[in-house]
Write a protein that binds this ligand. Structure first.
Ligand SMILES: *Cc1c(COP(=O)(O)O)cnc(C)c1O
Length: 398
């Protein structure tokens, strides 16, 4: 069949896309993918060059740990790779159940439910809990998936300045009077992904209890870093029993892929029935679940303690050298300000054999561009010294 040509150039998709891309380039915000020719680790190869990698969220080096690869391999050899359908249809495999039992025990919560990613966990859980009549109050620096999930719910949204508990309280007071009798959900992270600082969890718990709200805590960068055995900020502060909904990811410090929501037994049952990203999505492959379960096992064992000890030695080493001796996580940002200056610093470091990502709008606010240094248990002290010597003159640290 002969189809008529599109008549106007403005109707052409490609024309539209190129115009948009030109705009992104002119604003200095164009992004491209970088392909690694090596495994994820502190020493990577890309474009034929060796780089020391300070950009990964693989804080414990588990992404390339042989035991995770072996767990995935043997699960695949026994049970195959694909799961074939949604968990609710016929895709729930013993590997999923085993992982969820291990996560519940690790988090000392009654239950856990896994999702195919952190993004999916947020998008499924938050709109299941809150609808148009309810109120969601978020920290200004919450991750994009938390913001998108809150928007999708249709609830009334309020944002408080980062870690500002006075403003959180005034939003809670407003919600209680303007939306009396409705559900109120406070959404926060334990460690903020681009700033590396930690939420004032005790105050937040007191406030949400006083005003009858629930707390959703995203521990994406807290699990595997904070608390005994890397159980996260909730454990580190002894507040585990006071946080209704705890989210964590399996693809960062745990070195695998996916995410979980931990909470009471009814939360798991409810999400199985209401979380659309869980219901209408194919179950993660069993080998992925087996690798994540192996990571949880390592964390709970002596090996995990050794990795956490090395991670925190590296955090202290780097933090002290970069004038941030009170670093509270594996993320150490160096604020540059202007987008182009941050990009330039990132390129200069790359020229010196160091991969440190420059982070800019829209990931962080305009004018708050930065170098985001992340450190791992598997960096050597020589790796860290190399970074420190390169970075200091670039950003004016004496
Ligand atoms: C990475 C991240 C997510 C998303 O998790 P994925 O498993 O990568 O989809 C959610 N929240 C925070 C704070 C994150 O940093």
């Amino acid at each position: 069949m002969d189809l008529p040509e599109t008549s106007s150039p403005h109707r052409s998709l490609e024309h539209f896309l190129n115009q948009e891309l030109d705009g992104i380039k002119k604003a200095g915000l164009f992004r491209e993918l970088r392909v690694l020719d090596s495994p994820q680790s502190p020493h990577i190869a890309t474009g034929g060059r060796a780089l020391i990698n300070f950009s990964s969220n693989d804080y414990l080096g588990l992404a390339s740990h042989p035991a995770l690869a072996e767990a995935a391999r043997s699960e695949g050899a026994r049970g195959g790779f694909g799961s074939g359908s949604s968990r609710l249809v016929c895709g729930t495999l013993t590997a999923h159940e085993r992982l969820e039992a291990a996560l519940a025990e690790f988090k000392r919560m009654a239950s856990a439910l896994c999702f195919s990613s952190g993004y999916a966990a947020a998008m499924g859980t938050i709109p299941a809990l809150c609808t148009r009549e309810d109120v969601i109050i978020l920290d200004k620096l919450c991750h994009a998936c938390l913001v998108d999930a809150a928007r999708l719910s249709g609830a009334h949204l309020r944002v408080f300045p980062h870690n500002d508990m006075d403003k959180l309280e005034s939003h809670l007071l407003w919600a209680r009077s303007a939306h009396a009798g409705r559900r109120i959900l406070v959404v926060a992270e334990s460690v903020y992904s681009m700033d590396g600082d930690v939420a004032p969890l005790r105050e937040m718990v007191e406030l949400k209890n006083r005003h009858g709200a629930w707390l959703f805590l995203d521990e994406a960068h807290g699990v595997g870093v904070l608390g005994r055995g890397g159980r996260g900020l909730a454990e580190a502060t002894g507040l585990e029993g006071h946080i209704e909904i705890q989210m964590g990811t399996l693809g960062k410090a745990l070195g695998a892929h996916g995410a979980y929501i931990a909470g009471c037994e009814s939360l798991r049952e409810f999400l199985i029935n209401r979380a659309r990203s869980f219901i209408f999505s194919t179950a993660p492959p069993a080998p992925v679940a087996a690798a994540a379960a192996k990571a949880v096992e390592i964390l709970a064992a002596e090996e995990g303690q050794g990795l956490l000890c090395r991670l925190w030695n590296n955090i202290r080493h780097l933090g002290t050298s970069l004038n941030q001796p009170t670093a509270t996580s594996a993320i150490i940002p160096i604020i540059i300000g202007e987008e182009s200056a941050a990009m330039q610093a990132g390129r200069q470091l790359q020229g010196l054999g160091l991969l440190v990502p420059a982070i800019r709008y829209p990931t962080v606010a305009r004018g708050r561009a930065r170098l985001r240094v992340t450190v791992s248990a598997t960096h050597s002290s020589q790796d860290i010294e190399t970074l420190v010597q390169a970075i200091k003159p670039l950003v004016g640290i004496p």
